[in-house]
Design a binder for this molecule. Structure first.
Ligand SMILES: [Fe+2]
Length: 258
């Protein structure tokens, strides 16, 4: 017994859908209520659907009774301010778990490499059901920023960099693929993140919007990549030394809730 997955996502761990015409919608994310939540980088979150319909962004497994990242409860007053975002999260017809807007402050490529993590979307998800993946829909126009993905955390040859102009629509298997955003802008970046259950509904949605995974990276200078790699190793060594000085063991990166 295993999970129901999407064949296209299985290949490389991501798909890119047709770009959405973001400019035609109002900037609903500016009206939402945000909570401070340290994720990968300097972030805040505006939940639209949460474990119990409250302004809270924790994993559903932290609630009573603990449950997988499915059957998110819409937060009425937030959803009322963002009808287009809710419509887009519901459009696939796949089960929605956590759904929120993330705000990220500008950072560097080296920061993104340091922030890379795998999500924990499938904790408590029963075998035989659909594997939970995530939509990342860019709301602000961040054409010089990238979602950075790696199959192997420290191996740059496995890196995929997906640009984030307004309306970019990505679906990522964030439990399998290491990921973080390199936000090269000067203003915060906003993105709609939705947990969806894989299955025929999500597959049909991916097909409708011409999902593809034949992406080829734009050029990034080898020296930038090498400097980023070095910086990460340096920061990880520092972190381990600090923890050791405190008598703690470094268990490596924590599973992010983002
Ligand atoms: Fe994540």
């Amino acid at each position: 017994m295993s999970y129901l997955t999407s064949a296209l996502l299985d290949e490389r761990g991501f798909v890119v859908l047709d770009r959405y015409d973001q400019a035609k919608d109002p900037e609903e994310w500016r009206d939402l209520e945000y909570v401070n939540w340290k994720s990968s980088g300097v972030t805040r979150f505006a939940p639209l659907a949460s474990a119990q319909g409250e302004i809270e962004v924790g994993g559903f497994w932290n609630h009573e009774p603990p449950r997988p990242d499915k059957d998110g409860v819409w937060i009425e007053f937030q959803a009322a301010k963002a009808p287009n975002l809710v419509r887009r999260a519901q459009e696939p017809g796949a089960n929605v778990g956590r759904c929120r807007v993330i705000e990220l402050q500008p950072n560097s490529y080296a920061d993104a490499l340091y922030n890379m993590h795998q999500d924990d979307n499938n904790r408590l998800n029963p075998q035989g059901s659909g594997w939970v993946v995530r939509g990342y829909y860019n709301l602000t126009d961040d054409a010089d920023s990238y979602m950075v993905l790696r199959k192997e955390r420290f191996d740059p040859s496995t890196e995929v960099r997906l640009a984030l102009p307004a309306g970019a629509q990505l679906i990522i298997d964030t439990q399998r693929i290491w990921h973080a955003t390199w936000h090269a802008g000067s203003q915060p970046r906003y993105s709609l993140i939705t947990s969806w259950e894989s299955g025929p509904a999500l597959d049909a949605y991916i097909e409708k919007y011409h999902g593809r995974n034949d992406h080829v990276n734009a050029h990034l200078d080898q020296s930038v990549i090498a400097e980023g790699q070095e910086s990460v190793q340096h920061r990880l060594a520092e972190r381990a030394a600090t923890l050791a000085a405190q008598g703690k063991i470094d268990h490596g990166p924590e599973k992010s809730e983002a």
